[in-house]
Design a protein around this ligand. Structure first.
Ligand code: MN3
Length: 235
């Protein structure tokens, strides 16, 4: 091998070693990049589009301040544990899998993020629409009738002491109405397909202390097509 050929082989070898090192480097940094980032989901409608049932200012503050804060705080918690590869839903359904030092933060802010994402995605003026199709059949079977379901849901929402949520969830034994406190999700009990936020920030500007009125008007802004979609996807 003459001098120039040898040099060329060395250059080629160095080149491949460099490429190899580059891949190792990318591999290491991309591990850090698996850090999950949550984004405030698009609202999909204007702040005033639920009036007169929920006023524009309430929706704007609820979405851009409350939901946004939960999102930011969830990202701060997750940034401490880039090794997490479970989804948020999996962690909320199984809190023992959440690293202990961020467990409370994830339950509060991850719950807040998850609950509000569902809540805002289900709101649309429905002009008196009620469930139909398979969802209605399931409601009739598990509650007796739509009115019986409604009574149970309204009751769960009204009797939730302090801040929290009422839910319609799918369990192994069919549809069920439950309530949770603060930002707890019902994911340990089943898959939620409908929820109402009964924290005062969800209704106070419009309804002040009249939670019962907010709950009853809420039935004008449930997007039952969306609930039916979630039901079909999860049943
Ligand atoms: Mn809220």
């Amino acid at each position: 091998m003459n001098f120039f050929k040898k040099n060329r082989v060395i250059s080629a070898l160095s080149f491949f070693i460099l490429i190899g090192l580059l891949f190792v480097f990318i591999g290491c940094t991309s591990d850090e990049d698996t850090n999950q980032q949550f984004e405030l989901p698009e609202l999909g409608y204007s702040y005033d589009s639920l009036e007169p049932y929920i006023d524009a200012e309430t929706i704007e503050i609820h979405y851009t301040k409350h939901h946004n804060n939960y999102t930011n705080n969830l990202n701060i918690a997750f940034a401490k544990h880039p090794e997490i590869d479970e989804t948020l839903e999996q962690l909320l359904a199984n809190p023992s899998k959440i690293p202990a030092d961020i467990r409370t933060a994830v339950l509060n802010n991850g719950g807040g993020y998850y609950n509000h994402a569902l809540y805002f995605s289900l709101l649309k003026i429905n002009n008196g629409q009620t469930p139909s199709g398979d969802l209605l059949l399931a409601i009739n079977q598990d509650f007796g009738s739509f009115d019986d379901f409604k009574e149970e849901f309204v009751n769960a929402a009204s009797t939730q002491f302090g801040s929290g949520w009422a839910w319609l969830i799918i369990t192994k034994n069919g549809l069920k109405v439950v309530s949770t406190s603060n930002q707890d999700t019902p994911l340990q009990q089943g898959i939620p397909i409908l929820c109402i936020d009964v924290w005062e920030h969800a209704y106070y500007l419009n309804y002040q202390n009249r939670r019962a009125d907010y709950i009853s008007e809420f039935f004008n802004i449930i997007n039952w097509d969306k609930v039916a979609e979630l039901y079909e996807a999860a049943k």
